[in-house]
Design a protein around this ligand. Sequence first.
Ligand code: NAP
Length: 338
Amino acid sequence: MAKGSTVCVTGGAGYIGSWLVRKLLQRGHVVHATLRNLDDKSKVQLLKSLDGADERLHLFKAEIYHPEEFEAAIHGCEFVFHVATPLFPNPGDTQYKDTTEASLAAARSIMSACERSGSVRRVIYTGSAMSASPFSKGNGVAGREEYTMDESSWTPLHLPFAYMEEFERNYVWSKTLTEKELLSYRGDRGVEVVSLACGLVGGDSILGYVPGSMSVVISPLTGQKLSHKQLKLLQEMLGSVPFVHVDDVCEALLFVMEKPSIFGRFLCASCHPLMQQIVEILEREYPGALILKDVEDSRSCKVNYSSKLLELGFKYKYNVDQIVAGSVEFAKRVGNIN
Ligand SMILES: NC(=O)c1ccc[n+]([C@@H]2O[C@H](COP(=O)([O-])OP(=O)(O)OC[C@H]3O[C@@H](n4cnc5c(N)ncnc54)[C@H](OP(=O)(O)O)[C@@H]3O)[C@@H](O)[C@H]2O)c1
């Protein structure tokens, strides 16, 4: 049904965005991709070099701190993948005090443009598993309580986490409140909203550098401190580290696009190893390499990850070994590790 649709991808030159744009073009869709800077030659060339780009890819400038800019890219589209997310405040911007305010304003502006468009049927958001922490009490306070992580889990935003600093806190607030805001649109005006709360994404890329989340996947091998701390934070917040291959994420995004009708939140991860298991995979695959063995203790938590997507018939292709090995091989290819 959706073959040959016109589709908008916000943040089309990022890690997930670029893989998604390539996949959409491969399937014959017309793609409106947004970037912040159309003069950024490396990003523009990467997208323009994709098969089908000459005929079916249109690039638009859109900045989250100027939310009205997304309207032109949305015009005439049937589906909107909202992938862009602000990671940093915009220097000099006086309208929004932080990334959360800007992200919420962009979400509202995008929804309003979609409702006015007369063409958009569905908005599909790349949410984060970091918005789905099942723990309602801080580490050490948990006692013997049973926690289950599923689509009803929402991270308690005021709960302190040992490995969460300002950057991560801003990210979690912005992702959680934006996802809730988008899901509050209940399709009354004909636009359905779906969010995929994705685990840590790795495995491969078409970018010329190692994307941030892949740096986190391979951090026990690279020893990169900030990324390693973020890996610990994931385990602290979620009880394990949900992983998903970038190709599976994009297949899942297309899967929900192609459904005749669908609404709501879906966790998206193919596996949820403990940090200790990630270390063991790296030790087995790369004997002799110096590997950080410092891991965050796990908290007891039942995970009901991705069951909603699986019940709908979605199938993941990549397991944890393939995601870890694919990430290391990619980092070697672009020269990030030897
Ligand atoms: N990777 C993961 O592990 C993971 C997991 C769960 C959820 N997600 C979500 O998936 C989405 C994509 O993540 P990613 O890993 O692909 O990140 P990424 O490579 O850093 O891409 C981020 C994208 O957001 C755009 N962006 C950043 N600030 C912006 C702003 N102020 N205005 C407009 N666009 C802006 C960037 O556009 P430019 O190219 O113009 O700079 C880029 O395309 C995000 O929403 C993220 O929260 C990612």
